[in-house]
Design a protein around this ligand. Structure first.
Ligand SMILES: [Zn+2]
Length: 540
């Protein structure tokens, strides 16, 4: 066996595994033994060959890694992450959020336009975000712009400046600087972006005119949003955001879609199974619309969420087991409307989660300051005040603790995608249920997410010419997520205590190993971040 023609400048790095997911010339994916030759100088893959070429075939100065039988996968592209910096850096930040990504094989994250202050709804806001990201990114970071009422004139300049897509809310976003859009605003955004190389995305929930009024009670029913029942009951929360919120919003978007027939439309964090036939029908008619779902909708069901456990609060809500099964079926069908799976990593400070004390076991309010990369040392006076506030919170009024309506919504999970999907897929397979393969998982978490944000030419696949971004995934490693394993800033996640099958052991970014589980410096090889802000203009 001979080494194929490769440029002479070296030394090269070679990664091999008997279980590699390669991208073939026709864009299909193949699980195969493979040899991947990388140039550390350019950070690119020089060659990806679907067979194992032995170490002895390469020049003696070649750095050769045989990862068999671990899986050699393209780095994940998490197309939905909230990094919240600048402005709400106490919730998350570039440094901590991207470290969490790196530790889980995620080599690109795409930052959402809201929860930072300023939001990415203007060119100025985008510049502020880029400035804040400098020198802090452990993985590559792309950015979305936001669509809000009155910012239509900013959309094309943001495309020129390199945003990967746009997102708008059809319902209150939870933060005042990112108001919801009306149908008129959506139509204007669609018309503005109709020929632009971008993706227009929607948080698809809206309050239907009479969401849950039936029969004789139609005249006396409560407004749809008024909760009925205990506020710390998950059922009360779930019933307050029915599937009709999602289907109604999608119908609204589809009713306007004709104004921009070539624009890629996308529904973020789809939860309700009732949306699936609507989107399938629209796609059949030729409307360019796709959807994503999230790890938490595939891993949790409402039946198992304890009252008061606000770590599970997100919008739209986690629904029941029947709904979850339908989502799994849809992602297992390559012709389905759900094309991507993302984290929607959206943390906040533990105070805002209002978590009752009995659910805080093992929970660490914040990272040790030396882990976070940000000096969180407070002056004595502020430290005492913070301790006082923390004590007041723990002793606080019981009626607020565990209140699903008062707690901030959002689940922290960036970097956990591979273990979550692999674990639940394996369980489903063992039961004989329809389930995606590891190749499908790579398609939905790397290849299709890269496509969604216009990075398919360099991210999300192992083939010649692509960025040398890899995740080494040991699917035999069984482990339990502890607070200390969480790399994001606020160690609060409903995944704490879950036992997973499969763990990322190494992560490579553009030809450099950036993370090695159990290695020195908490696994962060090199000790300093080498990720980049992605600002190249999207071409398609
Ligand atoms: Zn989000």
């Amino acid at each position: 066996m001979t080494v194929p023609d490769i440029p002479q400048e070296g030394p090269h790095v070679v990664l091999v595994s008997t279980r590699t997911v390669l991208t073939l010339p026709d864009d299909s994916l193949l699980l195969t033994p493979a040899t991947v030759i990388v140039s550390p100088a350019t950070g690119k893959i020089i060659s990806a060959i679907p067979e194992i070429i032995p170490r002895s075939s390469f020049p003696s100065d070649t750095v050769y890694h045989d990862y068999s039988p671990k899986l050699l996968l393209p780095g994940l592209v998490d197309a939905h992450v909230h990094l919240n910096e600048p402005g709400r850096t106490e919730w998350e930040g570039f440094y901590t959020g991207t470290r969490a990504a790196a530790s889980g094989g995620v080599t690109t994250v795409v930052d959402m336009p809201l929860n930072a202050v300023p939001p990415t709804t203007t060119l100025e806001g985008f510049k502020a975000k880029l400035a804040a990201s400098q020198g802090q990114c452990w993985v590559d970071v792309g950015f979305y712009g936001g669509v809000i009422p009155g910012n239509a004139d900013q959309l094309l300049p943001l495309v020129e400046a390199g945003v990967r897509g746009f997102k708008g809310f059809l319902i209150d976003s939870g933060v005042p600087e990112f108001p919801a859009v009306s149908s008129t605003d959506i139509e204007l955004a669609m018309k503005t972006l109709k020929d632009a190389p971008t993706t227009l995305m929607f948080h698809a929930e809206i309050i239907p005119p009479i969401a849950d009024s039936v029969g004789d009670s139609v005249q006396v029913s409560d407004p749809p949003l008024r909760p009925r029942g205990e506020l710390n009951s998950y059922t009360t929360w779930l019933l307050s955001r029915p599937p009709a919120f999602e289907t109604y919003a999608i119908e609204e978007i589809l009713s306007i879609a004709h104004v921009a027939p070539d624009l890629h439309l996308h529904i973020v964090h789809l939860s309700a199974m009732e949306c699936i036939p609507i989107l399938r029908e629209a796609r059949k008619k030729g409307i360019k619309i796709t959807a994503e779902t999230c790890f938490h909708y595939l891993g949790f069901s409402s039946d198992e969420i304890e009252d008061g456990d606000t770590r599970h609060k997100c919008c739209p809500p986690i629904r029941n087991q029947v709904n979850q099964d339908r989502l799994w079926e849809e992602i297992s069908d390559p012709e389905g409307c759900i094309k991507t799976i993302v984290s929607d990593h959206s943390p906040c400070t533990p105070e805002l989660k209002l978590l009752p004390p009995h659910l805080q076991s093992g929970h660490r309010p914040t990272m040790h300051q030396c882990d976070s990369g940000i000096d969180m040392t407070l002056p004595e006076e502020e430290r005492l005040a913070a301790e006082e506030a923390e004590k007041a919170r723990l002793d606080g009024p019981v009626e607020i603790q565990g209140d699903f309506f008062a707690a901030w919504g959002g689940v922290s999970s960036v970097g956990l995608g591979l273990p979550i999907l692999y674990t639940f897929a394996a369980e489903r397979e063992a039961r004989g249920d329809i389930t995606p393969s590891i190749v499908d998982i790579v398609r939905m978490c790397s290849q299709a997410t890269a496509q969604q944000v216009g990075l398919a030419h360099c991210k999300g696949g192992i083939r010649a010419g692509m960025d040398a971004d890899f995740a080494i995934f040991d699917d035999a490693d069984v482990w339990t997520l502890r607070a200390a394993d969480m790399r994001w800033k606020n160690r609060c996640s409903p995944w704490e205590g879950h036992t997973f099958r499969g763990r990322v052991h190494e992560t490579w970014l553009r030809g450099q190993k950036i993370f090695e589980l159990g290695g020195p410096n908490d696994g962060f090889v090199g000790g300093k971040p080498i990720g980049r802000a992605i600002t190249e203009k999207r071409m398609k």
